[in-house]
Design a protein around this ligand. Structure first.
Ligand SMILES: [Zn+2]
Length: 317
């Protein structure tokens, strides 16, 4: 078993290798004997073809340390723990929740940085609320003293309500474009933004995954408090997790590898989803309606990544 203090130390050990000029962040994701430590970074293809300055729609080309760990962990992320050098942002909170992480440890020095004070509201008002709903416990870690202090603890018996979980089944279709078309046609949905695709398990079994845009895990449509918070998105963040991100995190949760060229989205994925797809080594994604996206930034990100030859967008028909 990996110790919390050791996992945090590994994150601290790599944090200065972050290519980010100002905000250097690192994380360690661990469960049983597996551990992955990563910094925030530019996916190799993005730094090589577009450089570090190019905006991709409304997104930077960087990937946060937490998501970088989630997309590169060699096992199931469900039930795993995460050590981070800094408080996590609301977008990471949603991904962490979808990936089934149960405990997050934050280095106490992370709360003292400029970044933390600038972003304190987002952490308090969104990241912690998303974590609480998902049933994730949060702790502050003082490495030198070996002291771990709870910030937010989830009761043992809490189970997050989920009214729209990712659908996963052993695939009745083949892992090729014809099979993907059959999968798309077999799904009855639900939401204008949804995604599906094939993923491979460790025993080479083929899974079909289906997800639609939905508020973070633990938020439901039936709870009036939820509608209240969902209708007041704060700043640049909101409580929704987009379908392709859900697919990526659902695959990570169960230790599956999404298959390149065998994922489909009903509309053009958001800029952030596209950067995450590149991080997950995807080169081709199929799109239902290529003229539609959640916003104009999705389409402009698509143009940027397609023109640079980083991601190919294709139609099934
Ligand atoms: Zn983040």
């Amino acid at each position: 078993m990996i110790e919390i203090i050791d996992a945090m130390q590994r994150a601290v050990d790599v944090v200065l290798t972050s290519p980010h000029p100002t905000n250097k962040v690192a994380a360690s994701l661990f469960r049983d004997d597996l551990i992955t430590s990563r910094t925030n970074a530019w996916p190799e293809k993005i730094s090589r073809h577009l450089g570090m300055e190019t905006r991709i729609g409304n997104s930077s080309g960087t990937i946060h340390a937490e998501v970088n760990c989630l997309l590169h962990f060699p096992g199931k992320t469900e039930g795993a723990s995460l050590c981070i050098t800094d408080p996590f942002c609301p977008n990471c909170a949603k991904n962490i929740a979808e990936a089934g992480i149960k405990r997050i440890y934050i280095d106490h020095k992370g709360f003292q940085k400029d970044f933390a004070s600038r972003r304190g509201d987002e952490f308090e008002n969104m990241s912690l609320r998303i974590a609480a709903r998902a049933g994730i416990s949060i702790y502050e870690v003082r490495r030198k003293e070996g002291v771990i202090t709870p910030i937010l603890e989830t009761p043992e018996n809490y189970t997050a309500p989920q009214d729209n979980p990712i659908k996963m089944s052993k695939s009745p279709f083949d892992a090729n474009v014809k099979g993907l078309r059959q999968l798309v046609n077999s799904v009855q949905v639900i939401h204008e933004r949804w995604a599906c695709g094939f993923a491979m398990g460790t025993n080479r079994e083929l899974w079909a995954l289906v997800a639609s845009a939905h508020p973070a895990i633990g938020y439901t449509k039936d709870d009036p408090r939820d509608m209240e918070s969902l209708s007041h998105p704060e700043g640049k963040y909101n409580f929704y997790l987009e379908p392709m991100n859900r697919l990526l995190m659902g695959a990570a949760r169960h230790g599956l590898r999404l298959l390149d060229g065998l994922v489909w989205c009903s509309v053009v994925p958001t800029a952030r989803e596209q950067v995450n797809l590149v991080t997950a080594n995807m080169t081709t994604v199929y799109i239902g309606n290529e003229a539609e996206g959640r916003d104009a930034d999705a389409l402009s990100a698509r143009d940027t990544l397609a023109k640079a030859g980083i991601l190919t967008f294709s139609s099934l028909t």
